[in-house]
Design a protein around this ligand. Structure first.
Ligand code: AVI
Length: 318
């Protein structure tokens, strides 16, 4: 459909950054495409489905930790803070924090404006006393938050172990940017998935129903949908591996046979067994997490975990 529109002389609707990342990522060795491109509409729906899978423990585990931790967070952080959530998406965890902390202002930050406006509407209806100030921005860089909350101390919220999708160097840069954005006297509540038995980790990223496989494969489908491309989808399979050296789950798309295709007129040849690296999900033990936080300019002051020690929530101060 899209290709037809392009052939009919319409401008391409594809994001130029997507095109550039796909072409550069497939030309380099090892081949890799950044995980941020998973999240088109279909990818976001599949991710929501992942969070309900029996094998995918992080979402429900973090939610249960938040139920216990948030009243304590409210006590430590004190009254009168503005809550600033990074990458708010359609988070179901936010109401747990907002109910406990009862802030006067909530600033959800997300790069996707549509998603942001929708989830802001839902939250504003749920918390009628709360001033919701949605902020459409890329939070990887320091941000100038709304002037109205300039003098209000902030409580940053970054759940979901999304920090784990960055290599440690990037994670440290992000933590520094958050510190700069949140300003003097800020606190940060952040979720991180812990290192555990690969027999638990791998199925969480390669579930029996194949939802994570569909999430990974959707990237190839998106390339065919949005770019002028003919990637033979059936030639690839989803692969999730635990990289113990780097303490991370890696997702790849592995060619099952030699495959030749073109994207935007450029030819690609991928040999059987070669992979396209699509995601890293780093896991952090308690000490690793504390070192990471300190490297990013934050002093950890409290850690909560679940009884099985699957996931941790950290409260840190600037
Ligand atoms: C968004 N992020 C924290 C998820 C994770 O667990 O790394 C993304 C994901 N990829 C496959 N399953 C879930």
């Amino acid at each position: 459909m899209l290709k037809r529109e392009i052939e009919d002389g319409e401008q391409s609707l594809a994001d130029p950054a997507f095109r550039a990342d796909v072409l550069a990522g497939l030309e380099r060795r090892p081949r890799a495409i950044p995980a941020r491109w998973f999240y088109d509409r279909r990818g976001s729906e599949l991710f929501e489905a992942i969070t309900d899978l029996p094998e995918y423990y992080p979402t429900r585990t973090e939610r249960s930790i938040l139920e216990t931790a948030c009243p304590e967070v409210a006590e430590i952080a004190g009254a009168g803070r503005a809550v600033v959530e990074f990458g708010s998406g359609s988070s179901t965890k936010t109401p747990i924090l907002l109910s406990a902390v009862a802030p006067s202002v909530y600033v959800p930050i997300d790069i996707s404006g549509d998603f942001l406006r929708e989830s802001s509407r839902v939250l504003a209806a749920q918390f009628p006393e709360l001033l919701v100030l949605p902020f459409e921005a890329d939070f990887m860089r320091p941000l100038a938050l709304p002037k109205t909350i300039e003098d209000t101390p902030k409580l940053g919220f970054f759940p979901g172990s999304t920090i784990g999708n960055m290599i440690p160097l990037m994670a440290v840069d992000l933590l520094k940017a958050m510190r700069a954005s949140l300003g003097i006297g800020a606190m940060l509540l952040i979720g991180m998935d812990r290192i555990k038995d690969p027999a638990v980790l791998v199925p969480a990223y390669d579930d029996a129903q194949g939802v994570t496989a569909a999430f990974n494969m959707n990237l190839l489908e998106r390339i065919n949908r949005e770019l002028d491309a003919d990637v033979p989808i059936e030639a690839f399979r989803h692969k999730a591996v635990w990289n113990d050296d780097r303490a991370r789950i890696e997702m790849h798309l592995e060619a099952q046979r030699d495959a030749a295709f073109t994207i935007e007129g450029r030819p690609f040849d991928i040999a059987a067994g070669e992979t396209i690296h699509t995601e890293n999900s780093h896991k952090y033990g308690s000490r690793d997490a504390r070192i990471l936080l300190r490297s990013g300019g934050w002093t950890p002051i409290r850690e909560w975990t679940d009884p099985a020690g699957l996931f941790s929530l950290y409260l840190a101060e600037a």
